[in-house]
Design a protein. Structure first.
Ligand SMILES: [Zn+2]
Length: 281
């Protein structure tokens, strides 16, 4: 009797241990992947006095306000800032180059959030700062990844963000004012490729890691005109595109919601899927 009782006690202890262990494993399996598999990349340059703006714009200004412990014992800080809509990592709302285009507050959220297609043209741009991304470049991405750009947030990786925040190497000139514009040199999207995207692929949005979707030497801004005319939002001065793979990046790009705005400061981030880490691509 006492033996069988002892056995039964031992068995129940074993059963309890197994149950606790299995429960722990179950909950670990529920929780751990959420932390282990999520990799987020910030595709945004910080706003500061060194933020790069177009030569004809005024830069970002932060006016420091309160910054102290109050008489009541709590700490309090509050600043003011001013900025042009178009500078640093920012949105070009379709209204920027289209009188009937959507303003910043009117862009549907579905255009700002979605799967990215990162098109790498950095090799061509390294030897030609005036490079314009071609239809072939875009189709090469489709061939290599066996997918179309339809419904994607297309991000053009020229490699230019590595030059940030050096205005001379990033823009091609460190001069300010209207006379500096003719000295701008950096890659962009060709107007023909922009129109091809609009007509045949309908991307959610398009972004680039240079100061403008039109290359620096453009004088008619035709890529802007073609994209804005079709209500395709544009993201400019995107950062860290060299840290994300060509596919498997889910992008969230939420600009400041300026009523009637032609653009505005943008916070853009990307979540990389586990099986698409850059070094495992
Ligand atoms: Zn812009």
């Amino acid at each position: 009797m006492s033996v069988s009782r002892r056995l039964s006690h031992a068995q129940s202890v074993t059963w309890l241990s197994k149950t606790v262990l299995l429960s722990l494993l179950y909950y670990a399996a529920q929780i751990l992947p959420l932390h282990a598999e999520e990799t987020w990349v910030d595709l945004t340059h910080s706003f500061s006095e060194s933020t790069i703006f177009w030569p004809t714009e005024t830069g970002f200004r932060l006016v420091r306000g309160a910054n102290k412990t109050t008489a009541k014992g709590y700490y309090y800080a509050a600043n003011r800032f001013s900025t042009a809509e178009h500078g640093g990592t920012h949105l070009d709302a379709p209204r920027h180059f289209s009188a009937s285009g959507q303003t910043a507050d009117a862009i549907p959220l579905r255009n700002l959030i979605g799967e990215a297609a990162v098109v790498d043209v950095s090799a061509a741009c390294a030897t030609n700062p005036d490079y314009q991304v071609t239809i072939d470049d875009l189709m090469n991405w489709e061939t290599a990844n066996r997918q179309q750009l339809v419904g994607r947030i297309v991000l053009l990786r020229t490699g230019w963000s590595q030059r940030w925040p050096n205005r001379l190497t990033y823009l091609g000139t460190d001069q300010w004012g209207p006379s500096a514009v003719k000295h701008l040199h950096f890659p962009g999207l060709s107007p023909t490729a922009a129109q091809w995207l609009v007509d045949h692929r309908r991307p959610r949005a398009i972004g680039i890691d240079t100061a403008s979707i039109d290359h620096g030497q453009s004088t008619d801004f035709a890529a802007h005109v073609n994209l804005c005319g079709a209500n395709v939002p544009i993201f400019e001065n995107v950062a860290n595109l060299d840290a994300v793979p060509s596919t498997g990046v889910f992008v969230i790009a939420l600009p400041m919601k300026i009523a009637g705005g032609s653009g505005g400061p943008l916070r853009i981030v990307g979540r990389i899927s586990t099986d698409h880490r850059p070094n495992g691509e």
